[in-house]
Structure formats: C-alpha cells, structure tokens
Design a binder for this molecule. Structure first.
Ligand code: NAP
Length: 286
C-alpha cells in the first residue's frame, strides 16, 4: 500500500480552513504566522514562499520579515522580540539555516515557547520528553499523523528510527515511545555509529528513515510486511528520492511512503496545524 501524504495533507488543510472560517464568522481575528527569512538562499526562499502560500490557502495571515544577509544577531533578536509581543502573531517561523555568523540556537531560544510552532524551543522539546502537551516538531508530528489516518497503530510493535537529529529522528523516537495507540512502540534509535544497521532494520515492524542518504536502505534490510516511512529527501541528478531504495523496498513492505508525496507535504500541514492550535489557545482570539 502506498501512503499518500499529499492527499492526507490536503485533507488536513481543508479541515483547518473550515476551522479558521468558522471562528472568523464569530468575529475572531485570523491566525497569524510571522515568517522570518534572513539572506537570499534560493532553497530557503522557495520553502518560505510555499509556507506563505499554504498559510493564505487556509486563512492564516502571514507576516513576512525578509531580512538582508548582513543582518546582525542583535537586529534578528529585535525582530523576534517584536513578533513575540505582537498580539496578531500566534506563531513564529525562523527559516533555517541562517547565514554564517548568526547563532541559530540563541535565536530559536528567543522565540516565546507559546509561539514556537516549529517545536524547536528547549522548553517544548523538554515538554515532549516529559510527555506534556505543547507544539511538536512538524515532520515527526506529520509522520505520526499519517500513521493515525491510515490506522497503522504502533502499540506493542518494534519501531526502528534511523537518524537522531533534533528536528526529526530524536523527537520522532520520543513520540513513538509515548503511551498511546500510535505510540507505545519499543523504539530503537539508530545513527551513523550503529553497527550492523541492516540487522537493526530487519527487526522493525515500523521502519522510519531519516538519514539523508539516497536509496541506501535496500530490500534485504527490510522485514517482509514492515511499514516503511521514508522521511529522507535527497536531490540526485535523476530528481528527488528518499532514503529507501523504493522499487525493491516497496515490494517487501506492507505500506510505504513515496518521495516526493509522502512525509514532505505533511510537514507544512503540521506547521499550519500548530499555528491554528496556538491561535486557538490565545485568549484574545476568542
Ligand atoms: P541530519 O541532521 O543530517 O541527521 C541525519 C542523521 O542520520 C544523523 O543522526 C546521522 O547520524 C544519521 N546517519 C547518517 N548516515 C547514516 C548511516 N549511513 N547509517 C546510520 N545513520 C546515519 O538530517 P535531518 O535534518 O534529520 O534530515 C534527514 C533527512 O530527512 C534528510 O534527507 C532531510 O532532507 C529529510 N527531511 C525531510 C523532511 C520532510 O519534510 N520530509 C523534513 C526534515 C528533513 P549521526 O548523528 O551519527 O551523524
């Protein structure tokens, strides 16, 4: 079975559009997302444009802050502080990577945790680790949402996550280990120092790939019937591909996400969802 992230993401956007429209009919202000982009990295410009377009589609007002590459740390922190105190802004997105010389971690920590719709603030990562409610990083949240909507519960299953980054692998492992039907997995978190990755992968009922290595997980590394969620997005001369060798792995897996069209569209959908949630939690919206 092919897991169609594009369709699920469209469903989520439609649900959010309805929710925002219903609240607005009651006279509430629209949700607001501040989008901070520093410099002129072409890939970042494309990502930001896509996010701003997606916001407009669901009725989220985006507030662009496109700053020049020479922006100082102080000026960037001032911009974040202004967004923190702006009552029309529910979420703040700081597009990474920042130009050299700027301290991304310090900037992420300057974002008010309640407006941290990327879920990267240490307070929100801490809340996730403690099992407390709060914004969850968009890509892992999107992965779990796909499982939920396809009714593929992980409870009691062996889950193997390959990749331990702070934005994908690590928070995903925490989500899968949480109590719940789409948690409660026995989680193995693999990385570049894991010996015999193939053996670890073959033990997985659910295999989550976030290595950023094109087609490096091959069919012989996958148990028959496993669910394979390929988070990798790799640019190759032949176009985009995931971390799984799709042709071989899809014959062995019971369900698999394609690249593109799998997890990718879910990431933006969850950013919108986190923004709408932050808006609903802001008392002045109601
Ligand atoms: P990252 O920060 O580069 O982390 C990669 C992780 O994979 C690291 O933990 C690394 O181990 C591990 N790794 C690398 N090579 C390995 C190998 N041969 N065997 C085992 N582990 C290995 O990457 P990321 O930001 O998490 O992104 C991972 C992939 O997901 C990329 O392709 C990225 O484009 C994609 N991505 C997709 C979305 C989406 O919306 N679908 C969002 C974000 C990222 P060490 O820690 O030991 O170095």
């Amino acid at each position: 079975m092919l897991i169609d992230g594009k369709k699920i993401a469209a469903d989520i956007r439609a649900e959010l559009t309805d929710r925002v429209a219903t609240e607005q009919k009651l006279g509430h202000r629209p949700p607001g997302l501040a989008v901070i982009l520093v410099g002129d990295d072409p890939a970042s410009q494309v990502y930001v444009r896509n996010k701003e377009r997606a916001c407009a589609e669901v009725g989220i007002c985006s507030f662009p802050h496109h700053l020049p590459a020479q922006t100082t740390q102080e000026a960037l922190l001032r911009c974040i502080a202004a967004c923190n105190s702006d009552p029309a802004v529910d979420g703040i997105l700081l597009q990474l990577p920042l130009p050299a010389g700027l301290d991304a971690q310090a900037c992420l920590e300057a974002i008010a945790p309640a407006k941290d719709v990327d879920g990267f603030h240490p307070v929100n990562m801490g809340r996730l680790a403690l099992g407390l409610p709060g914004p969850v990083p968009c890509t892992p949240a999107g992965v779990v949402e796909l499982l939920r909507r396809y009714e593929l519960p992980t409870r009691g299953k062996q889950a193997v996550v390959v990749g331990r980054s702070n934005i994908v692998g690590k928070p995903l492992a925490l989500l899968l280990a949480r109590p719940g039907l789409y948690g409660d997995a026995t989680v193995t978190l693999c990385h570049s120092r894991t010996p015999d990755l193939a053996r670890q992968c073959r033990q997985a009922d659910f295999l989550f790939l976030a290595l950023g290595r094109p087609r490096c997980i091959t069919a012989d590394m996958v148990a028959p019937g496993a669910v394979v969620i390929d988070i990798g997005i790799n640019r190759t001369p032949q176009g985009l591909c995931g971390d799984a060798d799709f042709v071989g792995v899809s014959e062995k897996a019971s369900a698999i996400t394609p690249v593109p069209g799998g997890v990718g569209p879910m990431t933006i959908a969850m950013l919108l969802s986190n923004t709408v949630l932050a808006w609903q939690q802001t008392s002045n919206a109601h």
